[in-house]
Design a protein around this ligand. Structure first.
Ligand code: HEM
Length: 387
């Protein structure tokens, strides 16, 4: 009995030694990016933050630098804390870094797996991106859609004037309505609209997404209850009479639009109201620009944007200030790569820490090193500069 226990303990110790030896040899032979050391087998699992991971990753950046390598059990992960590095890897090397990791919880179990943000790189994702680019791929497309947005904003302001206490519900109704209109041509006409209700639930519970996609589809293709249906992304693409495979791709692309668009836009618009409350001087400056360009007899429209540089910068600043997606959507490296002398193994999950990219810009502004992006002529840190 004793000898069989000893035998088992010896085997376990030997296995551990071999694994440890291989891990150390691997680390020595390839120069991996820096990061918290972690433990054999479990890696950095004990270092992982439970709340606000973006803040911990940013703090790690102070110690380990702009790219941080960690391992969770066998899974390599790379955290990008610098916009230059993020652009170098995710944009310039997009042929290597555009895949998405397999996400069992949110993808498989919660019903998001067929939407664009959770698809592996392949013909399906490329097909969906091609379809989506026909609806929102360029500024010209957005200009064509601007009347939908402007109509909904008018209704939003009228409702908000009557019920200022219901700000978040009104933003939710507006963003949901705009995306349902663009994706399905569906016009929400009442607060208790059934389809909109499902959108609201989708924002709270991931799991209803699959059902939501089907509801939107049925509403588009069949009779509907409270809202009305006009031409849209879905109807235009269906006019080409796709086969069943093509139909499924259109359905999933439409679901991707509102799945990715509703919550992010709702959060960003809400943040705008927060910013205007926190920084009244910025609000006054924006109002002065609006009064001088648009006047007080009409509402601004998208066509005014080029004449409203301060408000344009302010909107971008709000997106930067409190990003709705502080850790972006993870990507996956599809081949071994070497960057800045560091080896990055195939299969590494890439986390762009957008929150940190924004904080670093602020730090630069605070040092007086204002960064002006020549493309959009936008000054990061606009909100804080005014204070
Ligand atoms: C302030 C609002 C928004 C924010 C902060 C935001 C942020 C993001 C981020 C960080 C990603 C991942 C990008 C990447 O990995 O390269 C993404 C992907 C995506 N977003 Fe947005 N987004 C916003 C609004 C929207 C809207 C309004 C729509 C559609 C109507 C939309 C549709 C998508 C889609 C379809 C993807 C997946 C793209 C792909 O993998 O091909 N987003 N978004």
């Amino acid at each position: 009995m004793l000898s069989s226990h000893l035998f088992l303990i010896s085997i376990a110790a030997l296995t551990l030694l071999i694994l440890l030896g291989r891990a150390l040899a691997y680390g020595r032979s390839k120069r991996l990016p820096p990061g918290p050391p972690g433990w054999p087998i479990v890696g950095n699992i004990l270092d992982m933050p439970v709340v606000y991971p973006w803040k911990t990753f940013t703090a790690w950046g102070e110690q380990w630098g702009d790219i941080i390598y960690i391992k969770l059990f066998g899974q390599s992960m790379l955290i990008l804390n610098n916009s230059g590095v993020a652009s170098e890897l995710l944009d310039k090397r997009s042929n290597l870094y555009s895949d998405r990791p397999h996400m069992t919880m949110s993808g498989e179990l919660m019903g998001w797996k067929r939407t664009a943000g959770f698809q592996s790189l392949g013909p399906r994702l490329r097909g969906m991106r091609r379809l989506m680019s026909t609806a929102i791929g360029s500024y010209a497309h957005i200009r064509d859609l601007s009347h939908h947005i402007e109509d909904e904003v008018q209704y939003f302001l009228a409702r908000l004037l009557q019920h200022p206490e219901s700000l978040t519900q009104q933003i939710r109704r507006t963003t949901g309505s705009i995306i349902l209109k663009i994706a399905y041509g569906y016009q929400v006409e009442a607060d208790d609209d059934k389809l909109l209700g499902t959108v609201e639930r989708a924002m709270e519970e991931f799991t209803v997404l699959a059902k939501l996609a089907t509801r939107g589809w049925v509403e588009k293709k069949g009779p509907h209850s409270t809202g009305t249906v006009t031409s849209s992304f879905t109807s235009t693409l269906l006019e080409a009479k796709p086969d069943s495979h093509g139909e499924l791709l259109i359905k999933d692309a439409a679901a991707s639009l509102y799945g990715a668009g509703v919550d992010t836009t709702h959060s960003s618009v809400y943040t705008f109201f927060l910013a205007m409350t926190c920084f009244p001087e910025v609000q006054r400056k924006a109002q002065r620009e609006l009064d001088s360009v648009v006047g007080r007899n009409r509402l601004p429209v998208l066509a005014d944007r080029d004449h409203l540089p301060y408000i344009h910068a302010l909107c971008l600043e709000v997106l930067r200030w409190q990003s709705a997606v502080p850790l972006g959507l993870p990507r996956r490296l599809n081949r071994d790569d070497v960057y800045a002398g560091y080896f990055i193994p195939k299969g590494t999950v890439i986390i762009p820490n957008i929150w940190s990219l924004a904080t670093l810009n602020i730090a630069k502004v605070k040092r007086g090193n204002t960064v002006i992006d020549p493309i959009i002529n936008y000054t990061p840190g606009a909100i804080r500069q005014v204070i």
